[in-house]
Design a protein around this ligand. Structure first.
Ligand SMILES: Nc1nc2c(ncn2[C@@H]2O[C@H](COP(=O)(O)OP(=O)(O)OP(=O)(O)O)[C@@H](O)[C@H]2O)c(=O)[nH]1
Ligand SMILES: [Mg+2]
Length: 452
């Protein structure tokens, strides 16, 4: 697949729908449009047009045609947008017609965005932001994706990289042109000061408790506890649908069941797990193994017990994974009158809730506490700009290279300093997808006017 091809695709959701948007991008986009509507509309203006089948001349549909000449388009190439009636057959006929036009082929996944990246219309962090925006399920995720799309990380990284390239240029100038009169003597000092400052700034951005990554993934809340305590009933109540099977037989749930929640805008995945006991059946054993593993990896565990049993054995396994545990005493309706739903602390200082998954008593309090917890996890401090492991990895490597540069600098090893700074800049460049080392030479010749 060549990026010089002209590509087309249905860009709107699955039919049937009121409107379907078909996009074309590439050098033959204009030819494609002219073949279909037999004229060229004014640029960037919607115009009503009939679409003709290029072979039979029959009218396929009537809709809006938009012509975006490159490079001022989304992909940076010539582009066309057709807004048609969103019926299955209309779309199929139009796509088939486009396929019969010379030089046009169906687009692969993400290919329009790929071209925007290749043509410098977006950097890699913006592309990731766009992907996150499309998959955002909650308001807070949408805001974070929008920040990335608008360059929260990309601009920050580019700024760091520029400063790094400047200081690298100083060191290189000192190495390469130290006999020239117009190169100042002490260039290593200021370069190392910049490296030090950058290192601290990047460390600051990394010290965010992984909030950005967690916001993309959402908080994981595991429901665990002894069999028959009402874990699946609780999950169904919170999810407001019968996602898990509930039965009076202990050992009903075996696989882990996941539902996605929107807690006042914060994303969470709620897990229902198998009741924890010493099972005899090997399938249930596997269920218990999975339950324990997932509970351990969760951000928060709701440990559900049957309050009418007051089972002493039903204590949560000692906190190992560092996940927070909240006690949930269920089946409040089975207790004598006088037991009120609500929240307090248990003897060991854990938050404790009294609920009935059957009647719904106490559920509002529990759900409100979950939303509050999510807000605390995600909102403390600045919004995070590191939203993926990829960013974190590259930033960590940058910090390491800067640390080594500073160390070599203290021993006066200019060439090694330059080497580490170059590595650091390249790592940063990987985040945005710009890894052009020629930049350094530009800066040398611009700032020091050496090459006469
Ligand atoms: N009275 C009363 N019964 C409940 C309540 N919550 C659940 N139950 C009942 O308790 C039984 C077990 O409920 P489940 O939700 O399947 O329990 P579980 O903890 O998921 O059980 P396992 O999957 O076997 O570990 C069912 O018969 C439920 O109807 C409650 O608040 N009050
Ligand atoms: Mg269950």
């Amino acid at each position: 697949m060549s990026s010089h091809d002209t590509i087309f695709a249905l860009s709107s959701g699955p039919p049937p729908a009121a409107i379907a948007v078909i996009r074309i991008s590439g050098p033959n986009a204009r030819f494609g449009l002219e073949t279909l509507i037999r004229r060229l509309p004014a640029p960037r203006r919607a115009s009503l047009a009939k679409l003709f089948d290029p072979t039979t001349g029959a009218v396929l549909d009537e809709g809006l045609a938009l012509w975006f000449p490159g490079p001022r388009s989304e992909t940076g190439e010539d582009m066309v947008e057709l807004h048609l009636h969103g019926g299955r057959a209309v779309i199929a006929a139009t796509l088939a017609a486009l396929g019969r036009i010379d030089g046009l082929r169906p687009a692969g996944p993400g290919e329009f965005t790929r071209r925007a990246l290749e043509n410098g219309r977006m950097d890699l962090t913006a592309v990731e932001g766009l992907a996150d925006l499309i998959f955002a399920e909650t308001e807070v995720q949408r805001r974070q994706a929008m920040r990335q799309l608008q360059g929260a990380l990309g601009e920050r990284v580019e700024d760091w990289r520029k400063r790094l390239i400047d200081s690298m240029a100083m060191v290189e100038a000192r190495i390469d042109f130290s006999d020239e009169a117009d190169v100042p003597e002490d260039l290593l000092g200021p370069a190392l000061a910049t490296a030090q400052a950058l290192r601290e700034e990047i460390l600051g951005a990394l010290a965010d408790d992984h909030r950005g990554e967690r916001l993309r993934d959402g908080l994981t809340i595991a429901i665990a506890g002894p069999p028959n305590a009402g874990k699946s009933s609780l999950l169904n109540r919170i999810a407001r649908r019968e996602a898990a099977i509930v039965s009076p037989y202990p050992g009903t749930t075996r696989d882990v069941i996941e539902v996605h929640l929107d807690l006042d805008g914060y994303p969470a995945t709620l897990l229902d797990t198998a009741g924890i006991r010493e099972p005899e059946h090997p399938v249930e054993q596997e269920g218990v193994r999975r339950a324990l593993a997932r509970a351990q990896a969760a951000d928060l565990v709701l440990w559900v017990v049957d309050a009418s049993l007051e089972d002493e054995a039903a204590q949560p396994p000692a906190d190992r994974g560092g996940s927070t545990v909240w006690m949930v005493r269920n089946k409040l309706d089975l207790l004598r009158a006088g037991s009120k739903p609500g929240a307090d602390l248990d003897p060991s200082g854990r938050r404790a809730f009294a609920i009935s998954a059957q009647t719904g008593a106490g559920l509002d309090t529990l759900v409100a506490a979950l939303a509050e917890h999510a807000a605390q996890v995600f909102v403390l401090g600045e919004p995070s700009i590191v939203t993926r492991a990829r960013h974190r990895g590259a930033l960590n490597e940058t910090v390491e290279a800067l640390g080594r540069a500073i160390e070599e600098g203290s021993r006066g090893k200019e060439d090694l300093v330059a080497e580490e700074l170059r590595l650091a800049a390249r790592r940063l460049g990987r985040i945005t997808g710009r890894v052009d080392v020629e930049d350094i030479l530009d800066v040398i010749f611009r700032d020091f006017c050496i090459g006469k």
